[in-house]
Design a protein around this ligand. Structure first.
Ligand code: SF4
Ligand code: SF4
Length: 71
């Protein structure tokens, strides 16, 4: 099973709560900016290390993160 998350760029307000929440440190500040000019986050999981724990999605106050399980 491969787990991953999808981040909705239009909802991310760059608070970085999810960055600190991920036990595997798979969410990073990106070079992309939102409409306020703040740098939003991206999911960086080249090694497939995501646990699918949804701690990031639960922590996000703006419901910008969707968790996906893929068999
Ligand atoms: S689901 Fe868990 S392991 Fe995967 S990115 Fe979110 S907090 Fe990290
Ligand atoms: S917690 Fe949500 S709004 Fe905050 S940086 Fe992460 S995805 Fe963006």
């Amino acid at each position: 099973m491969k787990n991953y998350i999808v981040i909705d760029d239009t909802r991310c307000k760059a608070c970085y709560l999810c960055v600190n929440e991920c036990p595997r440190k798979l969410i990073k500040v990106s070079n992309k900016t939102n409409k306020l000019g703040d740098r939003i986050v991206e999911f960086d999981d080249k090694d497939g290390a995501c646990l699918g724990c949804a701690m990031c999605a639960t922590r996000c106050p703006d419901m910008a993160i969707t968790e996906v399980h893929r068999g």
